[in-house]
Design a protein around this ligand. Sequence first.
Ligand code: NAD
Length: 499
Amino acid sequence: MRQIDHFIAGGTGGLAAARKAPVYDPNSGDVQAEVVLGSQDALDRAVAAAQAAQPAWAATNPQRRARVMFNFKALVEAKMDELALMLSIEHGKVIADAKGDIQRGLEVVEFCCGIPHALKGEYTQGAGPGIDVYSMRQPLGIGAGITPFNFPAMIPLWMGAVAMATGNAFILKPSERDPSLPVRLAELWLEAGLPEGIFQVVHGDKEMVDAILDHPAISAVSFVGSSDIAHYVYNRGVAAGKRVQAMGGAKNHGIVMPDADLDQVVNDLAGAAFGSAGERCMALPVVVPVGDDTAERLKAKLIPAIEALKIGISTDPEAHYGPVVTAQHKANIERWIQTCVDEGGELVVDGRGFTLQGHENGFFVGPTLFDRVTPGMSSYHNEIFGPVLQMVRAKDFEEALSLPSKHQYGNGVAIFTRNGHAAREFAARVNVGMVGINVPIPVPVAYHTFGGWKRSAFGDTNQHGMEGVKFWTKVKTVTARWPDGSPDGGNAFVIPTMG
Ligand code: NAD
């Protein structure tokens, strides 16, 4: 059985692990590898390597650090096919989508190619007589990232690229369900010229997460995963005196106004609700048509579109989506479908019991559509994270606006309309962090920032863009006076003011 090891101080191996976890091929249902589940000793080794390497990396001028980013980008682009395949056969997302996962991460690396510009501080000449004030952004030292299974390339790069470009060492604890690609990225960072010890990977579960949260030498933790764990990570990390950003789950709504182009909406919804088997924090698992007439017209178009979806193994170029990540997750999704039925949801298309010929043990779930879901249902309140679309009918714009606004999650939301005024009102008033206007999956580009509201994110700083630079650095402000030697007659015992 292939073993997936930590990547510490420039290499894998060298540490025996008492515990291991299976890594599946979700297409076949077989175990294809085992990942080591590390503990304190592995983390201590990684921290020691990071401590040895980080001061010199921080002292490397930012243009040189940026050149490593350029090299890494070129390497990943050259190996895109190999990397996408590796990702696809552990996660289950189709190859084209796996390339998108890698590409979205690379776009953060591209942002980091301009890190010298982003790190320029502020400067005020003559803030007082002979006094200049300037600020500089300095790295925190060692940062850690704890990432979910659903974007094994993009999310480690959201965090790691910015952390490293700003001069930190970064220790990644990837999901134990698809850990191969993160290790491959570590090898490529080294090949790109990154010093050993600056990007390391430690594998594990709660034990490793707790070791990271409690480690006194780790200054900051960036987490992405489900909300209860995000909240836990946030509390424990902050209690240990760390800077923490912790992104959680989601239940994004797509509002469909009566004037929307429904063919466009159905096309967008099919991809946003069912793409990647719904395992995206920016998926659109709730659609809110405004008015019964809109609901009926939308449903009539959605049903054939859903029935035309092709589910296949993740390497099938014709497949719209592949299997979900584990048998356990498949069972969970099917339980939520039953719960929604029990709660009174109208099951329009049932994806349970789907099997793919020749791959009967793969973790496939067929696309599922519910109508007449209501806000009181637990299957609406909670994240299902599968290929399940729930339709919640709203009588008017105000009711449609209130649904995502009142939901426990506030990651993303979309409105489909031709009415600019309605779209503008919606964007201004909705209580959600990322808004799409006729854009179903409004993941902001790398030089803007990513982050939800409410239980979708704990902490106050978003991922990547200038918010990422802010998260991974601390600001130092210098007030400098160069006296000319003449007595200034000031009173040193009174707080200096600009009065
Ligand atoms: P998860 O919460 O199960 O795991 C995330 C990380 O936490 C993993 O590295 C895992 O090893 C670790 N972990 C698991 N159990 C733990 C525990 N008890 N204590 C401490 N750490 C633990 O999430 P997942 O299933 O891998 O990913 C899917 C979730 O991530 C969904 O809820 C999805 O919405 C969310 N997500 C959110 C965003 C966002 O930006 N808001 C992006 C992607 C995914």
